[in-house]
Write a protein that binds this ligand. Structure first.
Ligand code: BYC
Length: 474
C-alpha cells in the first residue's frame, strides 16, 4: 500500500480521492516494472543530481538533490484553477470551462490525451541505451532529467485518464505501458516515436526538434476548454523548456567543437574533419534534415477534419489562442496550404478551420528557424564558412499533401530515381550513423571531462561547477 501524499507529491487531493487511489494502486506497480524494463539501461542504482517538482509554487517545482531514479517522486501537478476561466474558442466560446468531460466529446478527448501520453514513455524507450555512451557526467545527468520528466508527463496524462474516463481510461493507461517504440506488432502511435535514437547527436536533435513539437502541442492543449487538461499541460510546459535547452545547447556544443578543430587544423573536407575525431558539419546538416522532416509529420495532415473538430468543439486551440485577434470561431477565415500539382508545388487557400495542423506547424517552423540561426552564429563566430539550412517543409514527408512525393530540400519536385540518387547527400546514411556511433563507443565519467567531439557547456546545472559529480555510479 502506498502512502500517497508522501510518495506522490500532488495538488489533486490524492489523499482523499479513493477512486483515483485504487486506479493508481494497480497502475503504479505496472509503471515501475515498465521503468525497470524500458528506463535508462543499468541506471537504477545511480544517484543522480535531479530536479524534482514537489509543488506548483515557484520554490517547489525545482528542488535539486541526489535521487535514485526509481525513487524519483513522480508527482501529479495541475496549474491552480482559475474559477473564471471560459472556453475561449469554437462553438462553445464564452461558456464556463468544463470541469468534467462533456459526454459528446468523450471519445475524441480520450484519443487526444492518449496520443499525447503515448509519446512520453516512447521517448524514454528511444533513449534507453544512450547513458552507456555519454560524453560527460553533465550530459548524463541531463538525459536522466529529461527521462524522469517524460515519465512524469506520462503520469500527468494517466491521471486524466484515471480521474475522468472510468474503465476505458484505466484500459488506455495500461495500453500506454504495453506499446513499445519501434515494435512491429505494438508500436507507439506517432511515426517519429518509432524511429531509433541511436546516438547523442540524434538525441540532441530529437530534444531540439521533437520536444519542441511537444511544446507546441502542449500549448494548443493548454488552451483546451476541458480545464483539467489545460491545467495539466500548463504545468508540463514549465519542464519542457529544459528539454529544448538540452537539445539546442547540445547541438551547439557539437558544432562549436567541430569548428574549433577545423580552425586549429585548417581543414574543411569532411573526411579530414572526421579523421580528427569530430562530427563534420555536413553530417550535422543531414541529421538536422532528418529530425526536422520527421517532426513536421507530427503535426498531422495539412488539411484535417479531425483538427477542425478538435477546434470547433473547444478541445484543442491554436498556439497562443487567447492572444490572437480574431473571432476564435474561424467560420469564414482562410489559410494557405500547399500541394504538388504536376511537377510544381502550388499554394492555395482552404478554410482555416481545416488547416489548423498546418498553422501550428508553421508557428513551430518560425521558432525552429530562430534556433537554427543561433547554431549558424556559432559557425560564423568561429570563422568557418558553412551554411546550415532548414529544408523546405515539403522535403521527406510521410504525412499530408507531400507524402509519397520526392522533393528536394530546396523544394524541387523530382522523380523517385532522381531523389534516390541524392538521398545520401540529404539524409544520414548507414555510414554516417556508423561513424557517429564510432565516436561514442564508451562513456566519459570523470567529473569535468568531456568527449573529444563536444565542447563543454558554458555553465553547470543549478550553478554547480562543470566538474561537479552529477551522477554517482555506486
Ligand atoms: N504518425 O487528420 P490527421 C511530445 C494519423 S510530442 C502516425 O492529420 P490529426 C513529446 C492520425 O492519428 C507532442 N500517424 O490527424 C516530444 C489519423 O489517424 P486515424 C505529442 C499519424 O488527428 C518529445 C490520421 O493519421 N502530442 O509531447 O488531425 C518527447 C489522419 O491524420 C501521424 C500530440 O500530438 C503521424 N505523425 O492530427 C516526449 C497532441 N499524424 O484517425 C514528448 C495530440 C497523423 O486515421 N495529438 N497521423 O486513425 C493530436 O492532436 C493529433 O493526433 C495529431 C494528428 C496532431 C498528432
Amino acid at each position: 500500500m502506498i502512502n500517497y501524499t508522501e510518495k506522490i507529491p500532488n495538488n489533486v487531493d490524492l489523499g482523499r480521492d479513493r477512486v483515483l487511489q485504487r486506479a493508481l494502486e494497480h497502475w503504479q506497480p505496472a509503471y515501475m516494472s515498465w521503468w525497470y524494463d524500458m528506463g535508462p539501461n543499468e541506471s537504477h542504482n545511480y544517484d543522480v543530481y535531479l530536479r524534482t517538482a514537489v509543488s506548483v509554487e515557484p520554490d517547489g517545482w525545482a528542488q535539486f538533490d541526489y535521487v535514485k531514479m526509481p525513487e524519483y517522486r513522480w508527482g501529479i501537478f495541475l496549474q491552480p484553477r482559475d474559477e473564471k476561466r471560459l472556453v475561449n474558442f469554437g462553438i462553445h466560446k464564452g461558456q464556463p470551462a468544463w470541469q468534467e468531460v462533456p459526454g459528446e466529446y468523450r471519445s475524441i478527448l480520450r484519443r487526444i490525451i492518449v496520443t499525447q501520453g503515448d509519446t512520453e514513455p516512447a521517448s524514454v524507450e528511444q533513449q534507453k541505451m544512450l547513458g552507456m555512451s555519454c560524453p560527460s557526467l553533465y550530459d548524463l545527468r541531463n538525459i536522466f532529467q529529461v527521462n524522469v520528466e517524460e515519465g512524469r508527463h506520462l503520469w500527468a496524462m494517466v491521471y486524466l485518464l484515471h480521474r475522468y474516463f472510468g474503465r476505458d481510461g484505466r484500459e488506455e493507461a495500461e495500453a500506454l505501458l504495453a506499446r513499445r517504440s519501434g515494435d512491429t506488432d505494438n508500436p507507439r502511435i506517432l511515426g517519429a516515436f518509432n524511429e531509433p535514437t541511436p546516438d547523442w547527436l540524434a538525441f540532441y536533435m530529437f530534444t531540439f526538434f521533437t520536444d519542441r513539437d511537444g511544446k507546441f502541442q502542449l500549448c494548443a492543449l493548454a488552451e483546451s476548454g476541458f480545464d483539467p487538461l489545460s491545467r495539466t499541460c500548463r504545468f508540463m510546459l514549465t519542464e519542457e523548456a529544459h528539454h529544448m535547452f538540452v537539445g539546442e545547447t547540445g547541438v551547439a556544443r557539437i558544432i562549436q567543437r567541430t569548428c574549433e578543430v577545423m580552425k586549429e587544423n585548417n581543414v574543411e573536407d569532411p573526411s579530414d574533419v572526421r579523421a580528427l575525431g569530430v562530427i563534420d558539419l555536413q553530417t550535422i546538416q543531414r541529421y538536422l534534415n532528418f529530425h526536422y522532416s520527421v517532426t513536421l509529420d507530427l503535426y498531422g495532415s495539412d488539411v484535417s477534419s479531425n483538427a477542425a473538430n478538435y477546434f470547433t468543439s473547444g478541445l484543442k486551440g491554436r498556439f497562443r489562442e487567447t492572444k490572437l485577434d480574431d473571432d476564435h470561431v474561424l467560420g469564414e477565415a482562410e489559410y494557405p496550404v500547399s500541394e504538388v500539382i504536376g511537377d510544381k508545388i502550388v499554394t492555395k487557400k482552404v478554410p482555416a478551420l481545416t488547416a489548423l495542423n498546418e498553422r501550428l506547424r508553421d508557428d513551430y517552423i518560425d521558432e525552429i528557424a530562430d534556433g537554427v540561426g543561433r547554431w549558424q552564429r556559432v559557425i560564423d563566430n568561429a570563422g568557418v564558412s558553412f551554411r546550415l539550412t532548414l529544408p523546405r517543409k515539403s522535403f521527406h514527408r510521410e504525412i499530408g499533401n507531400f507524402a509519397g512525393r520526392f522533393i528536394s530540400p530546396e523544394g524541387e519536385v523530382l522523380t523517385q530515381e532522381a531523389w534516390k540518387k541524392h538521398e545520401i547527400q540529404w539524409l544520414p546514411s548507414a555510414k554516417d550513423y556508423a561513424y557517429v556511433q564510432s565516436l561514442m563507443s564508451g562513456r566519459v565519467t570523470e567529473p569535468g571531462k568531456f568527449a573529444n567531439w563536444i565542447a563543454p557547456p558554458v555553465r553547470g546545472i543549478n550553478n554547480q561547477p562543470l566538474d561537479f559529480e552529477y551522477v554517482r555510479f555506486n
